[in-house]
Design a protein around this ligand. Sequence first.
Ligand code: IPD
Length: 308
Amino acid sequence: MKPSGEDQAAPAAGPWEECFQAAVQLALRAGQIIRKALTEEKRVSTKTSAADLVTETDHLVEDLIISELRERFPSHRFIAEEAAASGAKCVLTHNPTWIIDPIDGTCNFVHRFPTVAVSIGFAVRQELEFGVIYHCTEERLYTGRRGGGAFCNGQRLRVSGETDLSKALVLTEIGPKRDPATLKLFLSNMERLLHAKAHGVRVIGSSTLALCHLASGAADAYYQFGLHCWDLAAATVIIREAGGIVIDTSESQAAFSSKFSTQASSPRLQEKQSEPWRTGRHPRWGPVGLPHSSLDEPPRNKMGCSPL
Ligand code: IPD
């Protein structure tokens, strides 16, 4: 079933219904632009590293989403990936705030690898209200609303409920850093998971879509060190509403603008793990689940934006 924006098995209209519908329509419009641009020539620039890519389509889509939303909701605030890369502060206040990743999977997009998404999250009083993620090439619209369930093209989503790491399919992402410490961490964690006899480990190049697979039960757990709030906001609501949990495992005073050390899974997979794994739960994003003991500690990295 193709998404129309009208098939989102919606709960009774809540206070943010108009915002939710606007997000759905904009995600679908942005998805059309991205789908068309995917096979065309692109102007590619780099940001924090040679593997941290941005194209004119990232900027075009972000500008489109923000300008339309600003016109409709002039008092709302925005945190968006490319604006932040250009130096905009990402501060989450109590005001209604849109958290936007115009193309998640930009490296895929550059290479015409068709796993790319638009991600729009919405928070009020620092609480995530809804998330909308559109898988542009497969035309899958994922939505989650606080207290209203998670859906993909109208079908309800549930996390797998797998409790055993040795029976789990685990998703992770590499991120854009290639320094020796980051590579060592990535490879040692991969080795640990394989030693733990996980059924498989997958890297698909889009953290938001990886998290959507988790929400739909197609994978059992996810972890990554160094995600930003725009990678996580929409997906966090979708996973929570699908019965899963998302935690930040870093024990830092993780400000909203920091990079997150993220784990996600069904709650029972986490509950089975020992206490150390539960430390460092990020109060704002709430609890996820891989055995902390099975992963090396992440490097502590800050994004350089203002804390709350
Ligand atoms: C990136 C993707 C990637 C993840 C990176 C993110 P972008 O987002 O989600 O899977 O590993 O950490 O920055 O740059 O394509 O929007």
